[in-house]
Design a protein around this ligand. Structure first.
Ligand SMILES: *Cc1c(COP(=O)(O)O)cnc(C)c1O
Length: 429
């Protein structure tokens, strides 16, 4: 079985029909999700002729971000300087950004704080879980995103915890059975396959053993409906610069379940997490709620860019986001099917959209050179070792017609074999 040549009139006709079908899907989506379409128009266009499917790496830019950053530089820094701490919202931003993200995360407005990086926040919440439960065992998946494992290993090396490795989620019940687990550290979405775990099923199972669940939402927040509070999630962190569109190096977020917010001191006690920062008390007292997870001075410039995104997220209904994600990722898989490409590559993501996270992963032996060839043809995708080609539409920005164009380029690269050329052999980030 081989796909017909892209130059064959038959495939060409099929690709043209696909483009028309995708135009109709876009029009339908505009009508059905008017609220979402309005938010979509508030993103800046990318460079002419480039199709971007790498939202899992860095999300698109809200159109207002440059002006907002410029205003912080000009009005905040050059003109007002020190006065800005009082006159602007610089100190409130970690909480106010959290409040604006809370809708898309399915949290209450007081449940989220935006600060530091995902790795640092992961550290804070692992240590918090150890303190809250008074137990020592951290359960961690062997193949989890590396930084999550490194953070846990560092805590264990310092003598503060023991690690219990699981190979996959199927081993979780056995790992919990001894009843000594403080925290189970999981990614909701696998960064390679995009397999999405069901928060509402797993959270109560973890809690039933007296343990806490700590979820990394880097590949789900802003891509699908995560419904934190409804799912009974204990603790979560996630990345600000991927689907959430906070800009390069954007701060991360922390979510803590209401019943846990005041349950222990944070592991990193800093003045910004103090109950009364500017009283300059001689001793530490934690702020009430998630505010205690702040440590030092907010990253004001990064927060200005993040605020542009947070304002947009406040307008997004998570159910519509989920529907849009489903439509885009399902359509992509159907187009690959319709063009015969499954003769050459296979789907490594789950076929059920409810079990898929932000991206669609395809298995292809030459994933890295194929990704490089796609990028050089103006179709930005990524690859992960050993054989995963990752295609990540952004539900707020990607259109169905973009998928039709992607599939046309994919068809022609595979048919003429040009992805095998030596200049595409090098690994990229
Ligand atoms: C991207 C990503 C991170 C990023 O961590 P930083 O500390 O912000 O660099 C963390 N976890 C996962 C699962 C990710 O995909």
């Amino acid at each position: 079985m081989t796909a017909p040549s892209p130059l064959s009139p038959d495939l060409d006709r099929r690709l043209t029909a696909i483009l028309l079908r995708c135009e109709q899907l876009d029009a339908q989506s505009e009508r059905e999700h008017a609220e979402l379409a309005c938010v979509s128009r508030q993103f800046a266009a990318g460079p002419e002729g480039v199709l971007y499917f790498d939202a899992n790496s860095i999300g698109p830019m809200p159109a207002s971000a440059p002006a907002r950053m410029q205003s912080v530089l000009e009005q905040g820094w050059r003109v007002a300087r020190r006065r800005s701490w009082n006159e602007s919202d610089w100190l409130e931003q970690p909480r106010s950004l959290g409040a604006r993200l809370s809708r898309v995360l399915g949290a209450d407005p007081d449940g989220v704080v935006v600060c530091d990086t995902t790795s640092i926040n992961h550290y804070k919440l692992l240590r918090f879980a150890l303190a809250v439960t008074g137990r020592r065992v951290i359960v961690v998946e062997r193949s989890v995103f590396p930084t999550n494992r490194y953070v846990a290993e560092g805590i264990a090396r310092a003598g503060l915890a023991e690690l219990r490795n699981i190979e996959s989620i199927d081993d979780l019940p056995a790992a919990l059975t001894p009843g000594d687990v403080a925290v189970v550290s999981l990614s909701q979405v696998d960064y390679r396959s995009s397999a999405r775990l069901d928060l509402s099923k797993l959270s109560p199972r973890i809690t039933a053993h007296g343990a806490l669940g700590l979820w990394d939402l880097s590949h789900s927040a802003g891509a699908v409906d995560v419904a934190l509070q409804r799912s009974g999630v204990d603790l979560a962190v996630g990345c600000g610069y991927k689907y959430l569109c906070g800009g390069p190096g954007a701060p991360s977020f922390i979510y803590v379940h209401p019943r846990l917010r005041d349950a222990a001191w944070p592991a990193l006690c800093g003045w910004m997490g103090h109950a009364d920062t500017f009283a300059f008390d001689a001793h530490y007292a934690p702020a009430a709620g998630v505010g205690r997870f702040q440590v030092g001075t907010p990253a004001v410039l990064a927060n200005a860019a993040m605020a542009a995104a947070a304002d947009l997220w406040a307008e997004v209904d998570p159910a519509q986001l989920e529907a849009r994600h489903r439509s885009l990722s399902q359509t992509l898989i159907e187009l690959i099917e319709d063009t015969g490409l499954f003769a050459h590559l296979s789907l490594s993501s789950p076929s059920d959209p409810a079990r898929r996270g932000g991206h669609v992963a395809l298995r292809f032996e030459g994933a890295q050179p194929l990704a490089n060839a796609l990028v050089s043809a103006g179709v930005v995708v990524s690859a992960r070792k050993p054989d995963a080609l990752r295609i990540a539409p952004h539900p707020l920005v990607t259109r169905h017609v973009d998928l039709a164009r992607l599939v046309r380029v994919l068809c022609s690269l595979i048919a003429d074999g040009s992805w095998r050329q030596p200049q595409f052999a090098k690994a990229t980030v």
